[in-house]
Design a protein around this ligand. Sequence first.
Ligand code: ZN
Ligand code: ZN
Ligand code: ZN
Ligand code: ZN
Length: 513
Amino acid sequence: MPDSATTGSRFAYAADHALARAGDGYFTWLDHIWHAAACTHPIRLRGQVQHIDPATGELLRTVITDTMPDQVMYKPCGNRRATTCPGCAETYRRDAYHLIRAGLIGGKGITPAVTTHPAVFATFTAPSFGPVHTRPVRQHTCTDRTRCTCQPQPCHARRNPGRCEHGRHNACFTRHHRDDTRLGQPLCPDCYDYTAHAVWNNQAGELWRRTKQAIERHLGQLARRRGVPPLRVPCGNGTHRLVDPVRVAHGKAAEYQARGAVHFHVLLRLDGYDPADPDTIPPPPPAITVTDLEDATRHAAAAISYLTKPHPAQPGGWLIRWGDELDVRVITMRGTGTITDLAVASYLAKYATKSTETTGHASARLTTETIDLYANPAGTHPERLIAACWRLGRHPDHTSLRRWAHMLGFGGHFLTKARRYSIRFQDLRQARIIYRRTHDTGPEHGPIRAADHADDETTLVIGTLTYAGAGWATSGDALLANTAADQARKRREAGREELADEYNRAGTRRWAA
Ligand SMILES: [Zn+2]
Ligand SMILES: [Zn+2]
Ligand SMILES: [Zn+2]
Ligand SMILES: [Zn+2]
């Protein structure tokens, strides 16, 4: 059957189901599924939910899913990857945006005084594991690097081009277009060091942890030299310990470069420290400036290196360090740059919804049953990388390479932050649940949405629910739910609530170019 006919009959099938659903009880159903409506593959839950008064322990009521439309509750899948679930990824992106933003200019419970704290935005990259096709640009004149239209330099120009031992050219004079599929591919995959690359991805999180420590240590030493004494923190038994008077809080997003190496975009904010109330965010000592933060970041990125645990393939362990391409920019109130803190926040949030797609690989966790579908030591670039992860991860000291083979070795989170940087994702989710209960975000009528089985101030909600499946019952349901959610989103956007919120705020920072 030709493609269009297949699509046509599939649509007719979905439409039939949608029509059936759109009859009796449609609005009750839509209200029931509303909070999961934008999700592509919601989780279906079956069982009962008990509402309990936390003060008295009295059972207020029991809701049984058997009495609900479809006899189940729907819960959004919550996947942050836009290729997996666009609806949930959008929710995640918005949360990430607010989280990063609150850390820069305050709000959502974070003091607005953070606006005055020195801050830098840094990009840490991986070292080279062999030449890959690139698109070098000497001086960007574009405003958005992800849609860069600047004239690039030749990829790998050489005065005396030759061939490697595998007979491949070791030069490339092409000025690659932004969409060229060769970008990120090695000039010679047989010369490329897949082993070192896989191990580096796997260690990237640890490398960052050590780097952050080094930045704080550097600033602590600087404070001492500038006459800012360390703080005395009582230990309880009459003794004291000394701690540095300056702290660095960060928000960080991981991104895959086209070559499949992880790099980090990090916002670093300079804070003080109050031993009497460690949860507050006081300003840093005036003797430590944004230039010091920038210097400390550059210094740590260049200085930090360490050896991994040994492996039969590398008995001395692998040397882990950052690549030379470090970018550090100061975010300042008085700068003349054109990119604001809000742009930085949306930049980081956008990366949080992406994963390995840019490298041409997207799969769930790999097992011995599925590995052969994705790994091939003589195959494509991602296949070779996954093969390296799998092979090295056999060793008991390096099992996380296997565990994260589907992520090309990287096992970290895509958006992380220091405890004191900003609010937490949970707080945003909780705020959304409470908001949903008190505002009408869905269709006109809103009984309590029992599927939000989370605590609020007055009632304890306990669910004894079991997994009943994933996805919508029919393709017609998916069509109705996703369309309704999409229309609601468009109405909200038309309202421009967010925009008004952003532009009404004073004290927006600028990112010095
Ligand atoms: Zn979803
Ligand atoms: Zn090239
Ligand atoms: Zn450009
Ligand atoms: Zn070669």
